[in-house]
Design a binder for this molecule. Sequence first.
Ligand code: CAA
Length: 259
Amino acid sequence: MAFKNIIMEKKDGIGTIKINRPQALNALNKDTILELSKAVDELGNDDKIKVAILTGKGKAFIAGADIKQMSTMTPLEAKEFAEMGHGLLMKIENSRLPFIAAINGYALGGGCEVLMACDICIAAKSAKLGQPEINLGIHPGFGGTQRLPRLVGRMKAKELLLTGRNIDADEACSIGLVNSTVEDEKLMETVNKIAGRISEKSKVQTDFIKSLVNKGVDIDLNSACSLEISYFASGFSTNDQKEGMKAFLEKRKPVFKGK
Ligand code: CAA
C-alpha cells in the first residue's frame, strides 16, 4: 500500500521502515501510528523478509507522540490514543521479525518507547533519548513507565521519568537503553550489517529466540526454562536444524530456508 508518513523498502530479506514527517521531527500522530502498524503487518506477512529496521528521516528518530494532536484531547480520546500506541508497540514486540532500531537523532517520549519495543537498538553518537513527558504535565502513555524500568532498572527509570532529563547516546548505552553507539555517518551501514547477519540465520530460530526472551523475562525461571525445552525440541522438527548441523559436519556454510 502507499504510505504518506513513512517510507518502506524491502531488499535482500531486510525490510526498512523510515518515518517520514521530518517537518514535525517524526512525531507520532494517529495517521503515522496506523501506517506504522500496517507496515509492521506487511513485513511480518512477507515470507522473504527476515529482519526489520526502523529509523527516521532528518534529525529525529521520533520526537514523541504528536503534542499538537494531543493538546486538545479529552480523557477518552487520550485513552484511545494510548491504546493505539500500545497496540503498535505490542505488534513490534510480538512480531516474528527481529526489529532493529537505528536511532538517527531525537528519540524522545513516544520515540524512546518505540525503541524499547524493538529487539536491538543502535544509536548515532549525536542522538538524544529520554522521556520528557513530565515537562508537558503528563507521563508516558506508550509503555515508558513499564518498559524503561524493565530495561534499565527502577532507580534509573524513575530518575529519567521524574526529571524528564534527556540523555545522550553514550549515557543511553551505559545504562543499557541502547546496544551501542556509532559515529552518525556510520549508523545505517552498521545497522544494515547487523541486519544482514541476522538475515542469514534460520527464521524459525530468530523467531523462537525473540519469543523465548520476551516471554521468559515476564514469567518465573522454571516455567521459562520449560518453555525453552519445548521450543528446543520443536526446532528438531525443522529442515534448518538438519541443514545447520549437516553443514557444520561438512565444513561449509549453512543455507537456511526458514522451515
Ligand atoms: N509533537 C508535535 N510536533 C513536534 C514534536 C512533537 N512531539 N516535537 C517537535 N515537533 C515540531 C515542532 O513543534 C516544530 O514544528 P514547527 O516548525 O511547526 O514549530 C518542529 O517539530 C521542529 O521542532 P523544534 O523547532 O522544537 O526543533 P528544535 O531542534 O528546536 O528542538 C526538540 C527539538 C528538543 C526535540 C523539541 O522539538 C522538543 O522538545 N520536542 C518535544 C519532545 C517531547 O516532549 N516529546 C514527548 C511528547 S509526549 C509523548 O510522547 C507522550 C507519550 O508517551 C505517548
